[in-house]
Design a protein around this ligand. Structure first.
Ligand code: TRP
Ligand code: ZN
Length: 898
């Protein structure tokens, strides 16, 4: 916590470290209130550096002693100085052995960065700059060293002592204490350091690696959770196999550990050989975890494991390069999940899910006050830049290399990247150079994907010449201004296209000048502001299928008629675009309905779903297309579920000039209800046809059936008829897994059915001991249709609620502020006052989590003047709060800036 004006760090100011570290030895005397940390670092002056000053970072530390080459240093004598979290030893010798003793207080550490206590056990979190809360250190990713760690603690309370690498020694000490000594054979930056100490148990297994070596795999949890570790273990084994198969990358350690912790700021952390996970991404069994949880666990276990090569073996030179490891590793985990599903249609379902996240969260970020390039140019607090832009858009950027170079070309680039940079701390430019050099391609313009923020727009138009049988596709790109970037240069955009004939078949695509007919999908490379591509031998006017597979993170505009969209929904061979056509059609309807609701409200009608329902003319195009999809047994149930799911209220909001949350909500509810009426028989049929009797299995096919069945149930619940209610009640009583249980409870809660509070109470009583399920219980209520800020205030008083646990805070507060827009943006502004209170409360205990919540008002300038005014006041209230963290200050300052 700092009260001085926060400093901005610029990428252009990067300077090499003055000293490089060789070895680090650490000793921890673990105690919850006072932990002693002794550190010995051997360092060498960096020939590339200009200064002889030895610079160390440290925060919230009690410095006990500091020795340089055996000599005790004294601050009073000017041997060193400490200011603003930086310890400087001026004019140090070329070779340095530094010995540092610090005292820290893990039990008072509520920020969950550095060394902290969770449920009586010790954990660390060092990325990005948490290591400096353990000891003074050159805590920057381009300083890498070999670590040896000695842990000492009370044996009864902390029987398990873990750190990175290999266990080389353990034994007993006097006074009931014991020790364990760990050695990590690989050089690493301090952000990858980790220790865990406590009362934990593990599931373990030895596996034979591709190299022929054996490795010990462990999943560590609290006692009582060993019935929830199998899926994480399976996911880890699959990750190890997949990385060898797809990228030729094997595990480089004899031992690989995953540890679950209940108090954690994010999803998980890739510490070398000792991954630490939020319990949410480890613990699963059918009773407590949904299909989505199972899939997320697979993805996150994969993600952290894949970091071992993309992040750890090759790391980032500085934090501006964060997407070097995160974008690449998200891309890898996305591909892993897709390959685990296997089928083409399964891959498409995964792709649609990923694109939905991008549009729902990253597009708004790119259009708001925190917009930044995939490789930012500046930051105040690096924790604020673990964003959907760096992660998700970064993954899209990596995917575009693969689209442009092909799978094999991409693999060649990866191989060259490791050949060149194994053991180094590098930049996004180094990655791009490896991709270009391995393929003999010029990717210089591609750099703009790293340096320019904002979502590019691509406007497409076609001109068919019936006489010449040619079709000219014209693509025009632009990119809106973002903070600090008024004008943008054209991007290098891969646009995958296909053309459908009147029967819906793909045409072979031949570009002007080509001798032979080409494939049915072509990747066009748009590099100019405006560019035309001419296809020849086009016998009849086709329907274009543009940006197939979402080949670039752009907004593609094309003037489709309703009929063309319905046609694409029925025929496109590209499953992504088949889904996309439905989304376009639904978005069009939803925007029209929203305008109609606004008009009705203006004219003084009492606006409810029903009044609008009765006042609007019915339109069947969407319903008919959805019915056809619903009935098409050839389509994966998982895919049909995605088609049936309307664009979210947030997605619609992004399409509006001035966001009107209430009108959007009414419009979407209206459309859901009218579709439910129209498709009632088909929904019922789908509900019954997609049961998954027998033992639960989280495989994609079964999950898809449950998803389709449950989306059908949620539509039917809109009708408030007895049959639907009976189905929901039955499912609530009989479900043998959390997916079905939660879907039933949600249907009951969001309908006019009686017995809501009984169902909620029954659920609570049954799962009281399962924190992750109680999180779901809070979320369900915070996002329920009839919830308002008072519902959430009441729930915040519940004995099971606490702001101190990030998962719990997210389950109630974040879910309401981000997941229930019409209630959060209630005209009285009470949602905003609540938000301000919570941000201020969280700021005092956990700045990182507080700053995430602070971002809920990012898009405040997109609302009506009346709402804007109330949001501005709330933002100002936070900005004026005492002891504002750098994290929160950056977010609200940028939101309020012009
Ligand atoms: N590097 C981690 C990942 O992407 C995420 C991470 C960064 C993190 N900083 C963190 C996790 C702080 C927890 C707390 O997998
Ligand atoms: Zn990551």
């Amino acid at each position: 916590m700092r009260t001085d004006t926060p400093q901005t760090i610029y990428r252009k100011d990067y300077a090499a470290p003055h000293y490089l570290a060789d070895t680090v030895e650490m000793g921890f005397d673990l105690d919850p209130s006072d932990t002693r940390v002794a550190t010995r670092i051997t360092m060498t002056r960096n020939p590339a550096a200009k200064s002889r000053d030895l610079v160390l970072f440290g925060e919230e530390l009690e410095l006990v002693a500091l020795r340089l080459n055996g000599k005790l240093l004294t601050q009073a004598k000017g041997d060193f100085r400490i200011a603003g979290g930086v310890l400087t030893i001026p004019a140090a010798p070329a070779k340095v052995v530094l010995e540092i003793e610090t005292l820290v207080h893990p039990d008072r550490n509520t920020s969950l960065m550095g060394l902290y206590v969770s449920n009586g056990n010790f954990f660390t979190q060092c990325e990005a700059e948490g290591f400096r809360k353990i000891t003074y250190f050159p805590d920057r990713p381009d300083v890498m060293a070999k670590f040896t760690v000695m842990l000492r603690a009370d044996k009864a309370r902390y029987p398990v002592l873990l750190s990175n690498g290999n266990l080389i020694e353990e034994g007993d000490l006097p006074d009931g204490r014991h020790y364990a000594k760990w050695e990590d054979p690989f050089k690493k930056p301090s952000y990858l350091f980790a220790l865990v100490a406590g009362n934990l148990v593990c599931q373990e297994e030895t596996v034979r690696l591709h190299s022929g070596r054996d490795a010990l795999l462990q999943v560590w949890v609290e006692e009582g959770n060993l019935d929830k570790t199998q899926h994480a273990m399976d996911s880890l084994k699959n990750s190890i196999t997949w990385d060898v198969q797809r990228f030729g990358l094997d595990l480089d350690l004899d031992r690989f550990m995953i540890v679950a912790v209940g108090d954690f700021n994010m999803g998980a952390m890739e510490n070398k050989g000792l991954n630490i996970f939020n319990t949410k991404y480890v613990l699963a069994n059918p009773r407590i975890a949904t299909d989505v949880d199972f899939a997320n666990i697979e993805a996150v276990v994969g993600h952290e494991y894949f970091h071992n090569w993309t992040g750890n073996r090759v790391t980032c030179r500085d934090w501006f390069q964060l997407s070097l490891k995160e974008g690449l590793t998200v891309f890898r985990d996305q591909e892993f999940s897709a390959d685990m599903i296997g089928s083409d249609s399964g891959r498409a379902v995964k792709r649609i899910d990923d694109v939905r996240v991008l549009r729902q969260a990253q597009f708004p970020e790119d259009a708001g006050p925190m917009a930044h390039p995939v490789r930012p140019d500046s930051y105040v607090e690096i924790n604020n830049f673990y964003t959907v832009t760096v992660y998700e858009k970064g993954a899209e950027v990596v995917r575009m290399y693969q689209t442009l170079l092909g799978r094999d070309g991409f693999r060649k680039g990866m191989d060259l990247y490791f050949e060149r940079h194994d053991g180094q701390a590098v930049t996004c430019d180094d990655f791009r150079a490896a991709m270009a050099d391995a393929n003999g391609r010029d990717l210089s313009q591609f750099e703009r994907w790293y340096s320019q923020a904002g979502t590019p727009q691509v406007q497409a138009s076609v001109d068919y010449d019936a006489k010449r049988k040619t079709l000219t596709l014209t693509l025009e790109q632009s990119c809106p201004p973002t903070p600090g970037q008024k004008k943008k240069q054209p991007f290098h955009i891969p646009v995958a296209v296909g053309l459908l004939d009147a029967q819906g078949r793909d045409l072979a695509l031949t570009l002007e000048g080509e001798k032979k007919a080409g494939p049915t999908t072509r990747v066009l490379e748009l590099t100019k502001a405006k560019q035309s591509f001419r296809f020849v031998n086009v016998e009849q006017k086709p329907v274009p299928s543009l940006l197939r597979g979402f080949s670039a993170p752009v907004l593609l505009q094309y003037d489709y008629s309703d009929a063309e969209l319905a046609f694409l929904m029925a025929h496109d061979s590209d499953a992504f675009n088949r889904w996309e056509a439905g989304q376009r059609l639904a978005t069009r309807r939803l925007l029209n309905l929203t305008v109609a609701v606004q008009a009705a409200r203006q004219s003084g009608h009492v606006v409810s779903v029903d009044t609008v329902l009765n006042n609007l003319e019915h339109d069947g195009a969407l319903a008919n297309a959805l019915r056809a999809t619903l009935r098409d047994e050839a389509l994966d149930p998982a895919f049909r579920e995605l088609v049936l799911t309307l664009p979210s209220e947030t997605m619609i909001a992004e399409q509006m000039e001035i966001i009107d949350p209430h009108a959007i909500h009414v419009a979407r509810q209206f459309l859901r209800r009218s579709l439910a009426r129209e498709l009632r028989e088909d929904l019922l049929a789908a509900y019954h046809a997609n049961q998954t009797p027998g033992d639960y299995s989280p495989d994609a096919a079964s999950a898809g059936r449950r998803a389709l069945k449950n989306v059908a149930l949620s539509y039917l619940a809109e009708l408030d008829d007895e049959q639907a209610m009976t189905l929901a009640q039955q499912q609530d009583q009989q479900a043998n897994n959390m997916t079905d249980r939660l879907a039933a409870l949600s249907a009951i809660l969001n309908s006019a059915a009686p017995g809501k509070s009984e169902a909620l109470q029954r659920f609570y009583a049954e799962f009281e001991q399962e924190a992750l399920v109680i999180d779901k219980w809070f979320t369900l209520q915070a996002t329920a249709r009839n919830a308002d800020v008072n519902t959430v205030r009441t729930l915040a008083e519940h004995p099971a609620f606490t702001l101190k646990n990030p998962n719990r805070a997210r389950s109630l507060i974040f879910s309401f502020c981000n997941g229930n827009p019409s209630a959060f943006h209630a005209p009285d502004g009470n949602g905003y006052s609540f938000w301000a209170e919570q941000v201020i409360a969280l700021n005092a205990s956990n700045p990182q989590v507080a700053a995430r919540l602070a971002r809920s008002l990012d898009r405040w300038r997109k609302y009506s003047p009346a709402l804007q005014e109330k949001m501005r006041l709330a933002l100002q209230q936070v900005a004026a709060a005492p002891k504002l963290s750098r994290d929160v200050a950056e977010v609200v300052t940028k939101a309020l800036a012009n």
